[in-house]
Design a protein around this ligand. Structure first.
Ligand SMILES: NC(=O)c1ccc[n+]([C@@H]2O[C@H](COP(=O)([O-])OP(=O)(O)OC[C@H]3O[C@@H](n4cnc5c(N)ncnc54)[C@H](O)[C@@H]3O)[C@@H](O)[C@H]2O)c1
Length: 458
């Protein structure tokens, strides 16, 4: 770095006035000046691993493949030693990509635990109702675990897993990936450094975006709270977790209102049909047309296990729209997940938080307003503005990476470090802390159904 570059970098950093007090940001200064990667300062406890952590992937679907990809990009840190999936195509994709021998591929998760332990850890990314059994089996067999959220579909099962983890030495991480996004990390550092004084209250919104809602929670795998898990757990446990993390105090009481207002039979337009492919008369004007979303726009196709040859795609998608739930009319499903809800929370330190989950919006990306005793913050996941009450000075922060900010990959990285160094403190989302978000979500769902204020006891 030239002297000129050095001076101008310092100048820019010095103009970020409120950041001066923050110890992490001094690390950041150093890293920026020397052109180091962000991760170098994000966790100075990270060490170079002597050998890659060997991992068995249980559930090679959408999420599992994302986590496994970390091994492909970082073979010095992680090796996918085996894979289990009942879907042969997905299993074989992972087998090929990670050069896994045939003897280390399994159809059912149980087959893994029929033999002696043969890797360091497992990633469990099976459907919601298939987390508890493989997780308990993995713990019994002595594996460290990275478990997709929700931990389990019931409070009882969550507590059962926690109890087992607490009685042993296994490292268990939960995939609360928002904790690893640069936006929330930056907010957390600012709050912990006391830059806006004491937190007084938080408003937090989770805009799901209407097509995403229709795809996952009306037509898709999480549309019914009884066969999957309540949306408060399936989707909003990320938010209860983030709010709890930022407030830095256990929650005391929660209260929730919410219902399914739009995606119901009574709103089915005249002329609509069971499937969008059945000659629906309103298909061309419907914002939820499956023909538009999947066939014409080619969006969210990862659920279909697409053929590699692109020329086959249109026929393939059309066949899927005729035979799977993704082609069904959004007003004629067996969905019961609320499309709007609000949760009020009171924390032990007196902070209040108001959370709302909204499906009828055209955008994604959490919205956050944090009110403090010395200043406030207004953010939208890509940027935020901090205002100091005394000086009225405003400081802005903007994200340099993608919207999720590589949260998935950072989570895997921290988990591998925790496993390799046998230190769960290296994990931001260990099960001991993540469980609270689930207890908050279960309490909020009870409140919504029973019209009560629910106490949360850990
Ligand atoms: N952390 C997040 O942000 C986030 C986001 C989306 C989904 N999720 C959660 O991740 C989990 C997986 O979701 P997904 O979207 O990847 O689902 P998916 O359907 O794409 O993947 C699940 C995989 O598990 C496999 N499977 C089913 N039964 C099995 C068995 N007996 N043995 C081995 N494999 C089996 C399925 O064939 C499938 O490939 C869910 O619990 C979901 O709620 C988390």
């Amino acid at each position: 770095m030239s002297l000129r570059q050095f001076i101008s970098a310092r100048k820019i950093l010095r103009s970020l006035n409120f950041l001066k007090e923050n110890v992490f940001l001094k690390w950041k200064e150093v890293a920026d000046l020397f052109g180091l990667q962000e991760d170098v300062f994000e966790n100075p406890l990270h060490k170079k691993l002597e050998k890659p952590v060997t991992v068995i992937l249980i559930g090679a679907g959408h999420r599992g493949s994302i986590y496994a990809e970390y091994a492909f990009a970082n073979p010095d840190q992680m090796k996918i030693a085996a894979v289990a999936d009942i879907n042969i195509k997905r299993k074989n994709n992972i087998k090929r990509r990670h050069k896994i021998p045939e003897t280390c591929t399994f159809s059912h998760w149980q087959e893994i635990f029929n033999q002696p332990k043969f890797a360091d850890a497992v990633i469990i990314s099976t459907p919601d109702n298939l987390h508890t059994a493989p997780c308990l089996a993995a713990l019994d067999a002595g594996y460290d675990v990275l478990l997709e959220k929700p931990i389990a579909p019931t409070e009882e099962e969550c507590r059962q897993i926690l109890k087992k983890v607490q009685s042993g030495n296994n490292i268990v991480g939960i995939c609360h990936v928002l904790r690893y996004s640069p936006y929330f990390r930056e907010l957390k550092e600012i709050l912990d450094a006391g830059i806006i004084g004491n937190i007084i209250s938080i408003q937090h919104m989770e805009p799901i975006e209407q097509v995403h809602m229709s795809h996952s929670y009306v037509r898709g795998k999480w549309r019914n709270s009884k066969t999957a898990t309540p949306i408060l757990l399936a989707k909003s446990s990320h938010d209860t977790d983030i709010i709890r993390w930022l407030v830095n105090s256990p929650v005391k009481d929660v209260h929730c209102f919410g219902n399914l207002k739009w995606f119901t039979n009574r709103n089915a337009p005249e002329g609509s049909t069971e499937r969008c492919t059945d000659g629906c008369r309103v298909e061309s004007s419907c914002p939820y047309s499956a023909l538009q979303i999947y066939l014409r726009d080619k969006k969210r196709l990862y659920v279909f296990d697409m053929p590699e040859e692109k020329y086959k795609w249109d026929d393939f998608i059309l066949e899927k729209l005729k035979s799977t739930d993704y082609g069904r009319c959004v007003y004629r499903m067996d969905n019961d997940q609320p499309d709007h809800l609000t949760v009020n929370m009171l924390f032990e330190n007196g902070v209040t938080a108001a959370f709302s989950m909204e499906a009828h919006v055209s955008y994604e990306g959490r919205r956050t307003r944090i009110m403090g005793s010395k200043g406030d913050i207004v953010g939208n996941m890509e940027s935020f503005i901090l205002t100091d009450f005394k000086t009225r000075k405003q400081t802005s922060w903007k994200m340099k990476t993608d919207a999720h900010g590589g949260g998935d990959q950072r989570l895997v990285k921290d988990w591998l470090q925790a496993v390799a160094q046998r230190d769960k403190k290296l994990l931001s989302s260990s099960i001991d802390v993540s469980i609270e978000s689930h207890l908050m979500a279960f309490a909020a769902e009870r409140s919504r159904l029973n019209r009560t204020i629910e106490e949360v006891s850990i």
